[in-house]
Design a protein around this ligand. Structure first.
Ligand code: SAM
Length: 222
């Protein structure tokens, strides 16, 4: 019987991949991945050839699981997502859970993830943090009000560039303008930046820009 090997991949800089991750990707015949084109780009960069790629993305996850379990009866399968740690705001946990239920070994390689990178670079306290994923599009205010019940904690959110200002302004309403905040953008890439300050200051800085682009993590200390 094979095992499922969860392999994190770079969140921007292609050099951010461990020796062990490359070793696994070279060794396995099958790689379950979100977007085959993205994974091929990474494999080509590291001159890894001849892999069988199995699409594994939402909402096709449930449909693909039996196929992957069948391969796991005989040999190892690596699971990657487009970027970072699979299963963190990415497909993965359903397959992992099924493997555990079926008694299939699951091995997780440590590696890049935007949430931890942003937390450490934000300069906000790291003693206690809560990763809240992407704020829901509906009921966002109520979602923040629920979080507000926690104390002495750093909240971390993923957000898209076209929603960032709307989300930050709602946060300002709920948590207050003086709340310490950070927007971490384009981590590990050419235009990496951390915008640090109070929620009011961070909003002001972003409003002064013509366009907000790239991948974004929002952090606040509450
Ligand atoms: N699995 C990934 C991880 O471990 O970080 C997250 C995948 S999620 C679909 C994509 C979101 O993660 C982006 O919208 C952004 O909020 C955040 N993200 C990913 N890469 C990033 C980067 N290089 N800089 C800032 N945020 C990033």
């Amino acid at each position: 019987m094979g095992k499922l090997i969860v392999v994190p991949t770079p969140i921007g800089n292609l050099k951010d991949i461990t020796l062990r991750a490359l070793e696994v990707l070279k060794k396995v015949n099958y790689i379950a991945c979100e977007d085959t084109r993205r994974t091929l780009k990474l494999l080509n960069h590291y001159e890894i050839e001849g892999k069988k790629l199995i699409p594994y993305y939402e909402p096709k996850e449930e449909k693909q699981i039996p196929k992957i379990l069948k391969i796991l009866e005989k040999e190892d399968v690596a699971l990657v997502s487009d970027a970072g740690m699979p299963a963190i705001s990415d497909p993965g946990y359903r397959l992992i859970r099924r493997c555990i239920e079926e008694g299939i070994e699951v091995e997780v390689l440590p590696g890049p993830s935007a949430v931890i990178t942003a937390l450490v670079g934000s300069g906000l306290p790291t003693d206690r943090f809560l990763f809240a994923g992407f704020p829901p599009k509906k009921g966002t205010k109520g979602f923040f009000e629920e979080l507000q019940k926690c104390e002495d904690i750093t909240f971390i959110f993923y957000e898209s560039p076209h929603r960032i200002l709307k989300t930050l302004k709602l946060m300002e309403k709920v948590f207050g303008k003086d709340t310490p905040a950070c927007v971490a953008r384009e981590l590990t890439k050419v235009h990496e930046e951390y915008i640090r300050g109070s929620l009011e200051e961070v909003i002001k800085e972003l409003e002064s820009r013509e366009k907000i682009k790239g991948e974004i993590v929002i952090l606040i200390r509450w």
